[in-house]
Design a protein. Structure first.
Ligand SMILES: *Cc1c(COP(=O)(O)O)cnc(C)c1O
Length: 370
C-alpha cells in the first residue's frame, strides 16, 4: 500500500540499445515519477516535473519558456524571490521582465513585445489574498501566442485547477499545501508533455532534482491533501468571520468574505476560499507584535500550508526590505498579520486569537452571542 523510497542514484541500463538511462538527477527515479504522475492527474495537465524547491520549479519554468532574448510579462504581486529572479538574475541571462498590474487585462497586452514568451502571475496573491480573473489574460495570451504560467501555491489544486481556465503551466511550491507538514522543501511544474520535456532537459543540466526521500514525503502529504485543504478552508472561513467581528481588527482579507474586493471572482474561480487569512489590526504594529506574543496555539513563523497554524507579519518577512510608506501603499500597513490556518480544532484557534486580541488591549471582547 505504501510505495518504497527508491534511494538508488543509478539503475541497470546503458546497453546502447536506445533505452532511457535512469539516473536520479534526470528526474526519472521511480519515486520521483510516482509523484510526477500524481500531481499531473491532480492538475489535469499532461505531465509534471517535481523539483528540489518551489524556486527551482519557477526558475526552470521561466528558462524553459523564455529562450535567449525572451521577454516576460509578470504580475507586480509575486513571491519575493520570484521578483528578484526576474528583476536581477534573469536579465543577466538575456531574459527581461515587464511588471504589470494583473487586474487590468489590457496592461498585459500593452506590455507585450515581439519577443514576449510568457505571462506569469500568482493566484491568490501574498499577503493581500487578491484573486484577479485570469480568463481575459489567458485569451489575450492565446491571441498573441504567449504561454500563461500561474504560481498557484496559495490555492493548491484542491481549490484551483489552472488547466480548467486554459492556463498553460501551473507551478507550486510543494513545500506548502502539497506536502503540507512543513518538513520538506519541494516544487513542481505541470503543463504539456512538450513543456515538461524541455523543463526536464534543464533539470538535467542545472540539477535541482527532488531527492527521493523528499519525493516520498511529498507523496505522503498528497494522500491527505484534500482532507487537509477542506479542513483549512472551513477553519479559515470560521476564523475570518470571527476576526471580522472583533473590535481590535480593522479589516480582514479573506476571499470567502463578502467584504473581500474579489469575492465574486473568487467564488466563480475557486472551489474553496483557502487556508490563508490576513488582517489589519486597529492598534498598528505594536498591536500586531503583542498579538503574536500572546498566541499559544498558533506559532509565529514564515511559510504556510502546513498542518500547524502559522502567523507572520509581512513587515518582518516578505516585505522587510520595503519602506513603511511603500508597504502601506501596497495595502500592507503596519498592523498587518497573515495567518496560515492549520488543521487544529477550529474552536481552539478562535479561542487563541480571541485571547490574543483581548490582550492587544483597549477594546472590549466581542459578544459571544452577537
Ligand atoms: C514559498 C513560495 C515559493 C518558493 O517556494 P520554495 O519551496 O520555498 O522554494 C514560491 N511561490 C510562492 C507563492 C510561495 O509561497
Amino acid at each position: 500500500m505504501v510505495p518504497p523510497i527508491v534511494q538508488s542514484a543509478t539503475f541497470y541500463g546503458g546497453r546502447g540499445d536506445g533505452t532511457e538511462l535512469h539516473y536520479t538527477r534526470y528526474g526519472n527515479n521511480p519515486t520521483q515519477r510516482l509523484v510526477a504522475e500524481k500531481v499531473a492527474r491532480l492538475e489535469g495537465m499532461e505531465a509534471s516535473l517535481p523539483t528540489a524547491s518551489g524556486m527551482a520549479a519557477i526558475a526552470l519554468t521561466v528558462l524553459a519558456l523564455a529562450e535567449e532574448g525572451g521577454h516576460v510579462v509578470a504580475s507586480r504581486h509575486l513571491y519575493g524571490a520570484t521578483v528578484t529572479l526576474l528583476r536581477e538574475e534573469l536579465p543577466r541571462r538575456g531574459i527581461r521582465t515587464t511588471f504589470v498590474d494583473p487586474e487590468a487585462p489590457e496592461a498585459w497586452r500593452d506590455a507585450v513585445e515581439p519577443t514576449t514568451r510568457l505571462f506569469l502571475f500568482e493566484l491568490p496573491t501574498n499577503p493581500t489574498l487578491r484573486v484577479f480573473d485570469p480568463r481575459p489574460v489567458v485569451e489575450i495570451a492565446r491571441e498573441l501566442d504567449v504561454r500563461t504560467v500561474v504560481d498557484a501555491t496559495f490555492a493548491s489544486p484542491v481549490n484551483f485547477r489552472p488547466a480548467e481556465v486554459g492556463i498553460d503551466v501551473s507551478v507550486h511550491s510543494a513545500t506548502k499545501y502539497l506536502a503540507g507538514h512543513s518538513d520538506v522543501i519541494a516544487g513542481v511544474t505541470s503543463g504539456s508533455r512538450d513543456f515538461v520535456a524541455r523543463a526536464s532537459g534543464l533539470l538535467r543540466l542545472y540539477g535541482p532534482a527532488l531527492d527521493p526521500h523528499a519525493a516520498w514525503l511529498l507523496d505522503r502529504g498528497l494522500r491527505t491533501l484534500q482532507l487537509r485543504v477542506h479542513r483549512q478552508n472551513e477553519s479559515a472561513g470560521a476564523l475570518a468571520r470571527y476576526l471580522e467581528a472583533h473590535p481590535a481588527v480593522e479589516t480582514v482579507l479573506y476571499p470567502g468574505l463578502l467584504s473581500h474586493p474579489d469575492h465574486a471572482v473568487a467564488s466563480e474561480l475557486l472551489s474553496g476560499s483557502g487556508g490563508m487569512v490576513s488582517m489589519v489590526l486597529r492598534g498598528g504594529g505594536d498591536a500586531a507584535d503583542r498579538l503574536c506574543d500572546a498566541l499559544t496555539v498558533a506559532r509565529v513563523a514564515p511559510s504556510l500550508g502546513g498542518v500547524e497554524t502559522l502567523v507572520s507579519q509581512p513587515r518582518y518577512t516578505s516585505h522587510a526590505g520595503w519602506s513603511a510608506q511603500d508597504r502601506a501603499a501596497a495595502g500592507i500597513p503596519d498592523g498587518f498579520v497573515r495567518v496560515s490556518v492549520g488543521v487544529e480544532d477550529p474552536a481552539d484557534l478562535t479561542d487563541d486569537f480571541g485571547r490574543g486580541l483581548d490582550e492587544v488591549g483597549g477594546v472590549a471582547p466581542p459578544d459571544p452571542l452577537g
